[in-house]
Design a protein around this ligand. Structure first.
Ligand code: FES
Ligand SMILES: [Fe+2]
Length: 430
């Protein structure tokens, strides 16, 4: 029988403008739209981060992750080849692999012990021939037709990406030259995972997509950035996108004299009672840490649609994987990395800064809280919208300043295209 195309939910949300300067608040809580996102974005033709190849170095190593809300496993077989498959039994749907990561010679579903190999192929079914001539599978049962659902995968710089889509552009083209350039910078040395943590945020996942494309908030929400000279309005930087505007890279570069530009800072922060130029750290080892690259880049926040952020904050490098958990909740899965060929000081410094960034530190706690505050503000709003004009209106273009939020509009431009919101009808329904 011919398979019918999957039903696509039609969003019924009106956009006031087509340039992303107004985002209707319904997009942050509407459950029909969320279901359509899981279908069109997370199960659609988008390369999504799965894992680092260095996390599964040996035969039989595996790690578990998510594509949207669907559980998937990434595994290295006995020939060293990497595979990925959905973690859902072909029999009655149980989760086959229960652990986060490990090493296995095969995978047995706990429910009826169906057995799968490293590629997700079904290799054995207990009692399939029946017992004492009774029961068992029908004669035409074919093991090869009942493997786990496989993902198409591709790698760049040791990062493994996957997709459920049959047709998709090559990964490098999907990333675009700017992301490729910065990924090359991050991955030119052998990567070593330093640790993980998870953070649950009570907000829609797209609020985090906005947050990581927003250099405007950094020296305001994260005021310690300014107090300690990490990012100040005096520093140079900008936002750089791919052709489709779905991916963005914020880059901040620093010269030694920037942090001393207190006159500018005090002028900019006059309206803010929280800024305290006299604040200092009791233990300053958390800043001024050893860098891994011989360049003047202090901060990189690379957002790759829909669910990956690769970032440098000072000397700390992280992969942040966004995992939606319903319309009003998402998880960020953080993988901190350094380099195998680094000395002890380089690694210690990275871990020290990780404490500053993590959910019990400053940056991520504040970003999560800002997203939650927006969610609380918008979750019942109909016919109202945000206002996104910092950096201008109209065409979305690369920016060589940090006082803007233009790449957020790039995200929405691409999002609307994928979700079928029609620009020709004045931003109306598809
Ligand atoms: S559900 Fe997996 S073996 Fe039955
Ligand atoms: Fe932030």
């Amino acid at each position: 029988m011919k398979q019918r195309a999957p039903k696509q939910t039609k969003p019924k949300i009106a956009w006031q403008t087509n340039d992303g300067t107004r985002v209707p608040f319904e997009v942050f809580y509407d459950s029909d739209l969320y279901a359509a996102e899981l279908d069109r974005i997370y199960s659609g033709a988008h390369w999504q981060y799965l894992a680092l190849a260095s996390e599964i170095p040996n035969q039989g190593d595996y790690t578990s992750t998510y594509l949207g809300e669907r559980r998937v496993v990434v595994c290295r077989d006995n020939d060293g080849k990497i595979h990925s498959f959905e973690n859902r039994c072909a029999h009655r749907g149980a989760q086959v692999v229960p652990r986060q990561r490990g090493n296995a010679s095969q995978f047995n579903c706990p429910y009826h012990m169906w057995c799968y190999n490293h590629a997700g192929d079904l290799t054995a079914v207990p009692q399939s021939g029946g017992v004492k001539g009774k029961g068992g599978m029908p004669k035409d049962f074919d093991l090869s037709a009942h493997g786990l659902r496989k993902l198409k995968i591709a790698q760049y710089g040791g990062l493994i990406f996957g997709t459920f889509a049959e047709e998709i552009m090559p990964l490098e083209q999907y990333l675009g030259p700017t992301m490729v350039k910065h990924l090359d910078r991050f991955t030119k040395r052998p990567i070593r995972v330093l640790g993980y943590y998870r953070q649950v945020v009570e907000a829609n996942w797209k609020l985090y997509a906005e947050n990581t494309r927003d250099p405007y908030h950094a020296p305001l929400l994260h005021l310690f950035h300014v107090s300690f000279g990490i990012q100040t309005p005096a520093k140079a930087g900008g936002s750089y996108m791919d052709d489709e505007k779905k991916n963005n890279c914020i880059v901040v570069t620093g010269a030694p004299e920037d942090a001393d530009d207190h006159a500018l800072l005090i002028e900019q922060y006059k309206t803010n009672e929280k800024y305290r130029p006299d604040y200092a750290l009791r233990d300053p080892r958390i800043i001024g840490t050893q860098r891994s690259h011989d360049d003047d880049i202090d901060l990189v926040i690379m957002s790759i649609f829909p669910s990956l952020v690769v970032a440098q904050v000072e000397s700390a490098f992280q992969i942040r994987h966004i995992r939606p958990k319903g319309p009003e909740k998402f998880e960020i899965y953080w993988t901190y990395f350094g380099y195998d060929d680094g000395d002890e000081k380089e690694t210690t410094d990275k871990l020290r800064v990780a404490n500053m960034i993590g959910p019990a530190g400053f940056i991520s706690m504040e970003d999560g809280e800002a997203s939650r505050l927006v969610q609380q503000g918008v979750r019942t709003q109909k016919g109202t919208h945000s206002f996104i004009e910092m950096g201008g209106r109209g065409d979305v273009t690369d920016q060589d300043t940090l006082a803007q939020e233009v790449a957020i509009r790039g995200f929405w431009q691409y999002y609307r295209k994928v979700m079928g919101f029609n620009a020709e009808t004045g931003g109306g329904q598809p």
